[in-house]
Design a protein around this ligand. Structure first.
Ligand SMILES: Cc1cc2nc3c(=O)[nH]c(=O)nc-3n(C[C@H](O)[C@H](O)[C@H](O)COP(=O)(O)OP(=O)(O)OC[C@H]3O[C@@H](n4cnc5c(N)ncnc54)[C@H](O)[C@@H]3O)c2cc1C
Length: 634
């Protein structure tokens, strides 16, 4: 018999990476919050690589942390090994990546949810979702308990209609042997939501003692480790080594000989897979000229002997998997503990949502994470935080928190999803941002902590340390501007050694730091008045000095774009009634319903000429309104 088991301000369906941040954000803003999970032992589960961060994803983690989210803290606590990627390239693309302990991460997240005020974590499969008579959302569980909530966030990951494929075998399942969410897709379709099928895959996990590490390239972490979280005082330690190996001609031949047995190539999988995270068979077919592909052998945790084979995902039958894994150096005798598999699932078309991640046609219903068509833990967590904050702000009757593209990778990710949609699982990359020099991982707090504070997510302690850090940065900026270094034999000796021109009159420290050949470390001996500052402060000041020209050019562009973003488009605008808009533009604008001219200009199929028509239309509407007001006043 159905009964009402609980009433909430915000309910989150899912306790994966999106659901966790959504639930914590809503509860931390004071809303009574429920977080539902199919399996309580898989909160914050990493069904693929137990690693957090990486190129562009590391930026997302820093941004989540700067806004007051949890992912960065958890990754620091559960870190096994960390490296700053792309150090050889410019600072815009430096990205932190940490191998983490999968079980410890899940335990940390579950416990954090359990300890959070205003939050109830519940194991229950939501099977029904409908609007109740009083306008709230009514959720029904598999056991027929019912819950009411003012706002619901869908963060169902790869569980929604999940189906696993290994060769000819397929069966309904969530990841890691969990139950799938079998009934919710029908409820969503009944509401009139447009859902579609995507797929992703994961490699095998193998037994550590069965790997022959002799001759494999070792990969160690950076020393000292740079933490993700601005709250982490004691940096994590590197506890493990990872290893590198390569596929070879034999691997390639085994896969090509058996490609017809792949459910992807035989057409049995209909879902669209991630373009930037292809399976091994995909790589071998698509990049036929490449003689070998790299793989990383990485530990899954301190209390397990499972090793993850990054780069080796597959949906080929188990016998083929064994054959090709055994063809690889170091894995000749490996024992596969979990075979690779592909999983197909339902997700929503994010074009149905606005930038708060609320569905335009379903008031009070939000989407986040894999459910919105993205792929990746960090992408999921970022959206979860935004959906959770906005659901809570809406309950509290406050203005939403909308992050624009110039503020963050999170803003870029959401703008891409809701403006352009995605035809395959969306993954964050630095190339997706047009403001890379501004959106660096070192300055995520400068960009976002004030926004997190305004939303109510940044606590007093964090705010105090943030403002102290900003003051120290400002002081140091002023000091390097004012400090004049007098020429000396030692200075010129250093300059010659760095292949940069000598100085014969006094020179400002800032002008020395601007030179690409020099940095704080090299000048330390000369810069005797430098206060004892944290490395992250020096890093930020130095980057801003070196790239000042590029940064100010990007800032000018941002100002111009933000002017367009201020030209708001009414939500009830009838694009069919605007003369001069092309048919394609009308269709796209009606579908996306952008908030402003800036967003409209990024919709594919809306041309600059259409934007001019919209600008003229807005001016004429404003003119008519002003005329009406004037007439009314006289
Ligand atoms: C096999 C596999 C391979 C992957 N490979 C990659 C990869 O190569 N690269 C990459 O970046 N990402 C990969 N991912 C994706 C990554 O796991 C997800 O992007 C990430 O976990 C998404 O987080 P999420 O919070 O959206 O969903 P999930 O982490 O999947 O969490 C979903 C949550 O929703 C809950 N749930 C679902 N339905 C219901 C319901 N009806 N009632 C109650 N609770 C429900 C579940 O219990 C779970 O708690 C892979 C995932 C899988 C499964």
């Amino acid at each position: 018999m159905k009964f009402i088991a609980g009433e909430y301000d915000v309910a989150v369906i899912g306790a994966g990476h999106a659901g966790i941040e959504a639930g914590l954000a809503a509860a931390r803003l004071g809303c009574k919050t429920a977080v539902f999970t199919i399996n309580m032992d898989a909160v914050g589960n990493c069904p693929c690589n137990p690693s957090i961060g990486g190129t562009a994803k590391g930026h997302l983690v820093r941004e989540i942390d700067a806004l007051g989210g949890e992912m960065g803290k958890a990754a620091d606590q559960c870190c096994l090994q960390a490296r700053m990627l792309n150090r050889g390239k410019g600072p815009a693309v430096h990205s932190l990546r940490a191998q983490i302990d999968r079980r410890a991460y899940s335990t940390y997240m579950k416990h954090t949810l359990e300890l959070q005020d205003n939050l109830h974590l519940r194991q229950a499969e939501i099977t029904g979702l409908e609007k109740s008579d009083d306008g709230r959302w009514l959720m029904t569980t598999r056991l027929e308990a019912q819950y009411l909530a003012k706002k619901v966030i869908l963060a169902t990951g790869t569980y929604l209609g999940g189906k696993i494929y290994v060769g000819d075998v397929s069966y309904e399942s969530g990841p890691d042997g969990m139950f799938p969410s079998k009934y919710l897709p029908d409820a969503l379709e009944k509401l009139g939501m447009h859902i579609r099928r995507f797929k992703t895959g994961t490699p095998a996990r193998v037994l550590r003692s069965s790997i022959d590490f002799d001759g494999l390239e070792e990969q160690c972490g950076d020393e000292p480790v740079v933490p993700f979280s601005y709250d982490t005082i004691v940096p994590p330690e590197n506890k493990v080594k990872c290893y590198v190996s390569w596929t070879n001609e034999k691997t390639r031949q085994i896969i090509l000989d058996n490609i017809h047995r792949s459910p992807m190539y035989s057409g049995r999988i209909e879902g669209v897979g991630p373009r930037y995270c292809p399976s091994l068979e995909d790589k071998i077919v698509r990049f036929a000229d490449k003689p070998r592909h790299q793989l990383f052998i990485e530990p899954c945790g301190m209390d397990t002997e499972e090793m993850y084979l990054q780069g080796m995902s597959s949906s080929l039958p188990e016998d083929v998997q064994l054959a090709f894994y055994h063809s690889i150096k170091g894995l000749e005798h490996c024992i596969v503990m979990r075979p690779a598999y592909a999983i197909e699932y339902f997700c929503a078309d994010p074009i149905q949502m606005n930038r708060t991640l609320e569905f335009r046609d379903f008031e009070g219903l939000y989407g986040a994470g894999q459910f919105n068509g993205s792929s990746g833990y960090e992408e999921a967590a970022a959206q979860g935080l935004v959906a959770g904050v906005n659901a809570a702000l809406s309950v509290l009757g406050k203005e939403p928190m909308i992050l624009d593209r110039a503020s963050s990778y999170i803003g870029t990710l959401i703008d891409d999803l809701v403006t352009k949609g995605c035809s395959d699982p969306y993954r964050m990359m630095t190339s997706r941002s047009e403001y890379r020099l501004i959106l660096r991982q070192d300055n995520a707090d400068t960009r976002l902590t004030p926004i997190g504070r305004a939303a109510g997510l940044v606590n007093d302690d964090r705010w105090r340390s943030f403002t102290e850090k900003q003051a120290a940065i400002e002081q140091e900026r002023q000091r390097v501007q004012k400090t004049v270094i007098t020429p000396s034999d030692r200075l010129n000796e250093i300059l010659r050694a760095c292949n940069t021109s000598e100085v014969h009159t006094g020179i400002r420290l800032v002008d020395l730091l601007k030179r690409p050949e020099l940095n704080y470390e090299i000048l330390a001996e000369i810069d005797t008045q430098r206060p004892d500052l944290a490395p992250n402060i020096l890093e930020q000041v130095e980057i801003e000095i070196k790239y000042e020209g590029y940064i100010s050019r990007q800032l000018i562009i941002i100002q111009q774009v933000r002017r367009l973003e201020k030209k708001l488009l009414p939500s009830d605008i009838d694009y069919n009634a605007i003369d001069g808009l092309r048919l394609e533009a009308r269709e796209k604008l009606n579908k996306v319903r952008p908030d402003n001219i800036g967003q409209a200009s990024r919709i594919s199929g809306v041309s600059p000429a259409d934007i001019s028509v919209l600008v003229i239309y807005l001016a004429s509407v404003r003119g008519k309104k002003e005329q009406k007001d004037d007439n009314g006043n006289t």
